[in-house]
Write a protein that binds this ligand. Sequence first.
Ligand code: NAD
Length: 489
Amino acid sequence: MTDHDLDFGGLLPARQRNLLIGGAWTPAASGGRLEVHDPADESVITDVADGTTDDAVAALDAAVAAQHDWARTPPRERGEILRRAFEIIVDRADDFARIISLEMGKTLAEAKGEVAYGAEFFRWFSEEAVRIHGRWMHAPAGGSRLLTIRKPVGPCLFLTPWNFPIAMGTRKIGPAVAAGCTMVVKPAELTPLTMLALAGVMAEAGLPDGVLNVVTTHDSAALSRTLMADPRLRKVSFTGSTPVGRILVEQSAGQLQRVSMELGGNAPFLVFDDADVDAAVDGAMVAKMRNMGEACTAANRFLVHRAVADEFGRKLGERMGALRLGRGQDDGVDVGPLINGAAVESVGGLVREAVGAGARVVTGGTPPDGPGHFYPPTVLLDVPVGARIAEEEIFGPVAPITTFDTEEEAVAQANASEYGLTSYVYTRDLARTIRMAEALEFGMVGVNTGLVSNPAAPFGGVKASGYGREGGFEGIDEYLETTYVSLPG
Ligand code: NAD
């Protein structure tokens, strides 16, 4: 690939494959570079700056310097910057999709879907920027008036994962910009290009220098340790795995930073015997195969009533088996590669163990020879309750099916997980729908749908899936503090 091809129509010129600090594209202090690989053939696409902790501190310096004026910028102005950025992204959707597909592996069609979804957070929060308000009330006993003011939290650190390189960024940047916070963004080292392109768009949309700083690095742990020890950093928002989330929460104790944690999931997908099985298979394809299963919302455990399990498994197997594996940018490809060799190894290990414990392979199960990190869409029937594949996040295109006989059993199995992000229920019974919404210990419940993500909805989990919400009316609260003013009268 030539340097010109990598320009992506001007979205990512060579100078932008650097750090963004205080509005200037800057090489790493050490001069180090970080290679970016194509997961479809393991080739090197390009490289970006490998930032050091000194670079990270310089980025925080820039964010701190910009915070005062940014907080005082009229909300309408902040909203209009987001609105302009939304429009540019939509305009440049094809180029963004090419970058995402190339560095992350998903198909171009899926990448376009992610761009549209990611851009919508900017549109949503452009509309929320002007609706930040406090309240005025009389103390119940009289004698004083209670006033509240909402203020930006202050400089933030954002750590984002590789699986949705634009959307996991806009979900944090959008509300932070709307609220008047400045930020240092550290994208995943496997997919840094999308964030660098996005940062260029934000500048084009009029975001002042220093409000958004980007540091790419291979050493995320050192960066977060350094910045989180700094009392000027007031907030950390992290999307990624639960073990890393736990480290960050512990780290936040030193300076008592506010934290939002969007962590792993282990979504149950319940199909009751009164469900429309064909609709459930349609929903399962979305819930399982979005992003090749590399999504925190991915259906991880299919819990199906015994009466419909064989029919559901057979139909899902036919649909999954018909998907074409290949390079995400090629025509006719339905399923791209996984992110790296470790991902293929991990998914393969879970499948081998489940089969060893008695699961039947309906389709898939054997990865093709390299190059590229491919794993075929796989359906497993009769997966024993308690199998490791049902307890861990698979993060790949594998659908393990376990049967149940009663609603109580289904709920108990669904809730028997340390995670609590997304759950899915297929039923035509309204009373059961309501019982499920109340009984399932998850931040989100999809009813007769395989897709819950929506910028206008509060996305987030409970238990080991973390805390805090992104999107919806709740999303901006993560970036606002409340000051209470007591007035006499
Ligand atoms: P990850 O935890 O390995 O990495 C996430 C980010 O944290 C990356 O930027 C990485 O560089 C950084 N990081 C890694 N180790 C770190 C450390 N010790 N200190 C500081 N930063 C560190 O996760 P991943 O593999 O990139 O993403 C997959 C995970 O993300 C899955 O568990 C998935 O469920 C989760 N996820 C959750 C949501 C959600 O909204 N709940 C959304 C997408 C992905």
